[in-house]
Write a protein that binds this ligand. Structure first.
Ligand code: NJP
Length: 227
């Protein structure tokens, strides 16, 4: 049977592209809150001859995550779900700050905590976190968002050091700007496509078992390059 890949934030954007890409070689567990979008994704993967199980779940709900994902046999975990309220610090509402920390950081604890024990037990597995170039730089309007993505970098490297001897590979993909509905909720005319990021995730997962690609930074070559 196919290995299993669990992708959070699979209902749209980068997560959806990752789910579609990994569906070539994996059974997909597609996690997000939007059930209709997850069902559409599952039908699309079905139609291509793949397998996809939609899982409606708020990744910030630690109890629900443990209940739903705990004990699932997962070969590849992609922590992709993320939110960005990109605005000056003094304009950030407390709820926006809390939400970014909850989805971009705390959810990585909940989801990873649920599936990592199985990987360690089996002596193999991939955890791929979707970070950002904002995880090694700063920008106006990024006080919280960049802070959460710097945290993802530190989490990724620390966890990698802890579990590599157990055979589990932990990585981070750091994209530049990607054309999704991220942040404002409006489709953006940005340079990278979700599929570009998905290709990097697939590259990490397909590395020979004794090879760890720990960090990939993915940038567009130039602004407004036509495809
Ligand atoms: O964002 P978007 P992207 N529980 O808004 C899900 C990073 N990144 O694809 O629950 C469960 O299109 C949401 O699903 P739903 C970014 O930081 C992006 O651009 O149904 N799921 C949806 O599927 C993030 O880590 C750019 O609303 C939750 C998905 O997350 C990742 O890429 C640049 C959830 C968000 O889809 C994907 O972002 C960069 C919850 N509580 C890094 N809350 C960029 N776009 O430019 C949200 O460097 N989701």
């Amino acid at each position: 049977s196919l290995p299993t890949a669990l992708v959070t934030g699979a209902s749209r954007g980068i997560g959806r592209a990752i789910a579609l890409r990994l569906a070539n070689s994996h059974e997909i567990l597609a996690v997000a809150r939007s059930t209709t979008e997850l069902d559409t994704l599952a039908s699309e993967i079905d139609a291509r001859g793949g397998r996809c199980r939609p899982i409606a779940l708020d990744v910030t709900d630690g109890d629900a995550v443990a209940r739903t994902l705990g004990g699932q046999a997962v070969d590849v975990l992609v922590n992709n779900a993320g939110v960005g309220a990109l605005k000056p610090f003094l304009e950030l509402a407390p709820e926006e700050w809390r939400r970014m920390v909850d989805v971009n950081l705390n959810a990585l604890y909940h989801v990873t905590r649920a599936v990592l024990p199985g990987m360690v037990e089996r002596g193999r597995g991939d955890v791929v976190n979707i970070g950002s170039i904002a995880g090694r730089s700063a920008f106006v309007g990024g006080s919280c968002y960049a802070a959460t993505k710097w945290a993802v970098m530190a989490f990724t490297e620390s966890l990698m050091l802890e579990v590599r001897d157990a055979g589990v590979r932990v990585s981070v993909v750091m994209p530049g700007s990607v054309a999704t509905h991220f942040g404002s909720g409006q489709a953006k005319d940005w340079n990278l496509l979700p599929e570009d990021v998905a290709e990097s995730v697939a590259h990490i997962v397909a590395a020979p078992p004794e090879v760890l690609i720990h960090r990939l930074e993915v940038r567009a070559l130039s602004p407004k390059r036509p495809r």
